[in-house]
Design a binder for this molecule. Structure first.
Ligand SMILES: N[C@@H](CCC(=O)N[C@@H](CS)C(=O)NCC(=O)O)C(=O)O
Length: 206
Protein backbone atom coordinates (compact mmCIF):
# COMPACT_ATOMS: atom_id res chain seq x y z
CA UNK A 1 0.00 0.00 0.00
CA UNK A 2 1.20 3.54 -0.62
CA UNK A 3 2.06 5.15 2.70
CA UNK A 4 0.11 8.30 3.51
CA UNK A 5 1.55 11.34 1.78
CA UNK A 6 3.44 9.13 -0.65
CA UNK A 7 2.47 8.67 -4.27
CA UNK A 8 1.68 5.22 -5.58
CA UNK A 9 4.60 3.27 -6.98
CA UNK A 10 4.69 3.10 -10.78
CA UNK A 11 6.13 0.13 -12.62
CA UNK A 12 7.04 0.41 -16.29
CA UNK A 13 6.77 -3.16 -17.44
CA UNK A 14 6.19 -5.43 -20.40
CA UNK A 15 4.02 -8.46 -19.78
CA UNK A 16 6.49 -10.97 -21.20
CA UNK A 17 9.65 -9.38 -19.76
CA UNK A 18 11.34 -11.68 -17.26
CA UNK A 19 13.17 -8.68 -15.74
CA UNK A 20 9.84 -6.97 -15.13
CA UNK A 21 8.36 -10.19 -13.78
CA UNK A 22 10.99 -10.36 -10.99
CA UNK A 23 9.92 -6.96 -9.80
CA UNK A 24 6.23 -7.81 -10.07
CA UNK A 25 6.79 -10.84 -7.85
CA UNK A 26 8.63 -8.72 -5.28
CA UNK A 27 5.87 -6.08 -5.25
CA UNK A 28 3.29 -8.83 -4.79
CA UNK A 29 5.23 -10.58 -2.02
CA UNK A 30 5.68 -7.33 -0.16
CA UNK A 31 2.00 -6.46 -0.62
CA UNK A 32 2.75 -3.19 -2.39
CA UNK A 33 0.10 -1.58 -4.52
CA UNK A 34 1.45 -0.18 -7.78
CA UNK A 35 0.38 1.37 -11.03
CA UNK A 36 1.24 -0.81 -14.03
CA UNK A 37 2.49 1.19 -17.01
CA UNK A 38 2.88 -1.01 -20.08
CA UNK A 39 5.85 -0.47 -22.37
CA UNK A 40 5.39 -2.49 -25.56
CA UNK A 41 8.85 -3.77 -26.46
CA UNK A 42 7.67 -5.18 -29.80
CA UNK A 43 6.49 -1.71 -30.82
CA UNK A 44 9.79 -0.19 -29.65
CA UNK A 45 8.18 1.92 -26.93
CA UNK A 46 11.30 1.41 -24.77
CA UNK A 47 13.10 3.74 -27.18
CA UNK A 48 10.56 6.55 -26.85
CA UNK A 49 12.23 9.75 -25.61
CA UNK A 50 9.98 9.89 -22.55
CA UNK A 51 10.91 6.38 -21.50
CA UNK A 52 14.61 6.99 -22.22
CA UNK A 53 14.46 9.75 -19.62
CA UNK A 54 13.65 7.03 -17.07
CA UNK A 55 16.18 4.52 -18.37
CA UNK A 56 18.73 5.75 -20.92
CA UNK A 57 19.46 2.11 -21.78
CA UNK A 58 15.92 1.67 -23.06
CA UNK A 59 15.10 -1.42 -21.01
CA UNK A 60 12.22 -2.32 -18.76
CA UNK A 61 11.60 -2.51 -15.87
CA UNK A 62 11.72 0.95 -14.37
CA UNK A 63 10.21 1.87 -11.04
CA UNK A 64 9.13 5.36 -10.12
CA UNK A 65 8.59 6.16 -6.46
CA UNK A 66 7.71 9.84 -6.22
CA UNK A 67 10.84 11.70 -7.29
CA UNK A 68 12.95 8.54 -7.29
CA UNK A 69 13.47 6.65 -10.56
CA UNK A 70 15.21 3.28 -10.59
CA UNK A 71 15.86 1.14 -13.64
CA UNK A 72 17.38 -2.35 -13.55
CA UNK A 73 15.54 -5.09 -11.70
CA UNK A 74 18.39 -5.81 -9.30
CA UNK A 75 18.61 -2.19 -8.17
CA UNK A 76 14.83 -2.03 -7.89
CA UNK A 77 14.70 -5.15 -5.74
CA UNK A 78 17.41 -3.80 -3.43
CA UNK A 79 15.51 -0.52 -3.12
CA UNK A 80 12.24 -2.28 -2.33
CA UNK A 81 14.01 -4.55 0.14
CA UNK A 82 15.38 -1.62 2.13
CA UNK A 83 12.32 0.59 1.96
CA UNK A 84 9.76 -2.17 2.53
CA UNK A 85 11.35 -4.79 4.78
CA UNK A 86 8.18 -6.89 5.03
CA UNK A 87 8.60 -10.35 3.48
CA UNK A 88 12.41 -10.11 3.26
CA UNK A 89 13.85 -11.31 -0.03
CA UNK A 90 17.29 -11.94 1.42
CA UNK A 91 17.89 -14.40 4.26
CA UNK A 92 19.86 -13.08 7.24
CA UNK A 93 22.22 -16.08 7.06
CA UNK A 94 25.29 -14.70 5.28
CA UNK A 95 26.00 -17.79 3.23
CA UNK A 96 22.41 -18.02 2.01
CA UNK A 97 22.38 -14.32 1.29
CA UNK A 98 25.53 -14.64 -0.82
CA UNK A 99 24.02 -17.65 -2.57
CA UNK A 100 20.95 -15.55 -3.41
CA UNK A 101 23.18 -12.87 -4.89
CA UNK A 102 25.14 -15.44 -6.85
CA UNK A 103 22.09 -17.25 -8.25
CA UNK A 104 20.44 -13.93 -9.11
CA UNK A 105 23.54 -12.81 -10.95
CA UNK A 106 23.79 -16.07 -12.87
CA UNK A 107 20.35 -15.24 -14.25
CA UNK A 108 21.06 -11.50 -14.66
CA UNK A 109 24.45 -11.77 -16.24
CA UNK A 110 24.72 -15.23 -17.75
CA UNK A 111 21.25 -16.24 -18.87
CA UNK A 112 18.75 -13.42 -19.48
CA UNK A 113 20.94 -11.15 -21.65
CA UNK A 114 21.69 -14.10 -23.86
CA UNK A 115 18.12 -15.22 -24.23
CA UNK A 116 17.76 -15.40 -27.95
CA UNK A 117 17.71 -18.28 -30.38
CA UNK A 118 21.36 -18.02 -31.38
CA UNK A 119 22.57 -18.51 -27.87
CA UNK A 120 20.18 -21.04 -26.38
CA UNK A 121 23.11 -23.20 -25.36
CA UNK A 122 24.13 -20.51 -22.88
CA UNK A 123 20.75 -20.84 -21.21
CA UNK A 124 21.24 -24.57 -20.77
CA UNK A 125 24.69 -23.91 -19.35
CA UNK A 126 23.29 -21.40 -16.86
CA UNK A 127 20.52 -23.75 -15.77
CA UNK A 128 23.02 -26.59 -15.32
CA UNK A 129 25.12 -24.27 -13.13
CA UNK A 130 22.08 -23.35 -11.04
CA UNK A 131 21.25 -27.03 -10.54
CA UNK A 132 24.74 -27.61 -9.13
CA UNK A 133 24.80 -24.40 -7.12
CA UNK A 134 21.52 -25.09 -5.37
CA UNK A 135 21.62 -28.84 -4.98
CA UNK A 136 22.80 -28.86 -1.35
CA UNK A 137 20.81 -25.93 -0.07
CA UNK A 138 17.45 -26.05 -1.85
CA UNK A 139 14.43 -26.79 0.26
CA UNK A 140 10.94 -26.22 -0.97
CA UNK A 141 12.44 -23.19 -2.70
CA UNK A 142 15.89 -22.29 -4.07
CA UNK A 143 17.78 -21.69 -0.83
CA UNK A 144 15.46 -23.14 1.81
CA UNK A 145 11.82 -23.40 2.73
CA UNK A 146 11.09 -19.68 2.41
CA UNK A 147 10.80 -17.79 -0.86
CA UNK A 148 13.83 -15.54 -1.27
CA UNK A 149 15.51 -13.45 -3.93
CA UNK A 150 16.96 -16.31 -5.95
CA UNK A 151 13.45 -17.64 -6.54
CA UNK A 152 12.37 -14.32 -8.06
CA UNK A 153 15.17 -14.54 -10.58
CA UNK A 154 14.82 -18.21 -11.36
CA UNK A 155 11.08 -18.57 -12.07
CA UNK A 156 10.70 -15.99 -14.87
CA UNK A 157 13.71 -17.52 -16.56
CA UNK A 158 12.26 -21.03 -16.37
CA UNK A 159 8.92 -19.80 -17.72
CA UNK A 160 10.66 -18.06 -20.60
CA UNK A 161 12.75 -21.12 -21.33
CA UNK A 162 9.67 -23.34 -21.47
CA UNK A 163 7.20 -21.07 -23.20
CA UNK A 164 9.40 -19.17 -25.61
CA UNK A 165 12.34 -21.41 -26.30
CA UNK A 166 10.84 -24.87 -25.78
CA UNK A 167 13.75 -25.88 -23.60
CA UNK A 168 13.26 -29.37 -22.18
CA UNK A 169 13.35 -28.68 -18.45
CA UNK A 170 13.26 -32.39 -17.53
CA UNK A 171 17.04 -32.26 -17.86
CA UNK A 172 16.98 -29.94 -14.84
CA UNK A 173 15.06 -31.84 -12.13
CA UNK A 174 15.72 -29.42 -9.28
CA UNK A 175 14.64 -26.40 -11.30
CA UNK A 176 11.58 -28.32 -12.50
CA UNK A 177 10.63 -29.05 -8.89
CA UNK A 178 11.07 -25.40 -7.91
CA UNK A 179 8.95 -24.36 -10.89
CA UNK A 180 6.13 -26.59 -9.59
CA UNK A 181 6.40 -24.99 -6.13
CA UNK A 182 6.33 -21.44 -7.53
CA UNK A 183 3.25 -22.20 -9.59
CA UNK A 184 1.26 -22.69 -6.36
CA UNK A 185 2.06 -19.24 -4.93
CA UNK A 186 -0.36 -16.36 -5.63
CA UNK A 187 2.48 -13.79 -5.73
CA UNK A 188 4.06 -15.75 -8.56
CA UNK A 189 0.74 -16.53 -10.28
CA UNK A 190 -0.34 -12.87 -10.28
CA UNK A 191 3.01 -11.80 -11.71
CA UNK A 192 2.79 -14.24 -14.63
CA UNK A 193 3.07 -12.60 -18.05
CA UNK A 194 -0.42 -13.67 -19.15
CA UNK A 195 -1.95 -12.08 -16.02
CA UNK A 196 -0.67 -8.58 -16.83
CA UNK A 197 -2.97 -5.85 -18.16
CA UNK A 198 -0.97 -5.45 -21.35
CA UNK A 199 -0.89 -9.15 -22.21
CA UNK A 200 -2.73 -9.93 -25.45
CA UNK A 201 -5.70 -12.32 -25.01
CA UNK A 202 -3.94 -15.00 -27.07
CA UNK A 203 -1.10 -15.19 -24.52
CA UNK A 204 -3.31 -17.11 -22.08
CA UNK A 205 -2.86 -20.26 -24.09
CA UNK A 206 0.65 -19.58 -25.40
N1 LIG B 1 19.78 -5.85 -16.18
C1 LIG B 1 18.50 -5.32 -16.59
C2 LIG B 1 18.13 -5.91 -17.92
C3 LIG B 1 16.86 -5.28 -18.48
C4 LIG B 1 16.46 -5.92 -19.79
O1 LIG B 1 17.24 -6.58 -20.49
N2 LIG B 1 15.16 -5.76 -20.12
C5 LIG B 1 14.65 -6.31 -21.36
C6 LIG B 1 13.36 -7.07 -21.07
S1 LIG B 1 13.60 -8.44 -19.94
C7 LIG B 1 14.29 -5.18 -22.29
O2 LIG B 1 13.74 -4.17 -21.87
N3 LIG B 1 14.62 -5.30 -23.60
C8 LIG B 1 14.30 -4.30 -24.54
C9 LIG B 1 15.20 -4.30 -25.74
O3 LIG B 1 16.02 -5.20 -25.86
O4 LIG B 1 15.06 -3.38 -26.54
C10 LIG B 1 17.45 -5.66 -15.50
O5 LIG B 1 17.63 -6.65 -14.79
O6 LIG B 1 16.48 -4.92 -15.34
Amino acid sequence: MAESGESKLKLYSYWRSSCSQRVRIALNLKGLDYEYIPVNLLKGEQKNPDFLKLNPLGYVPALVDGEIVIADSFAILMYLEEKYPQHPLLPSDLQKKALNHQASNVVCSNIQPLQNIAVLSHINKGFAALEKLLKDCAGKYATGDEVSMADLFIEPQILGAIKRFNIDMTQFPLLSRLHEAYSELPAFQNAMPENQPDAPPSSVTS
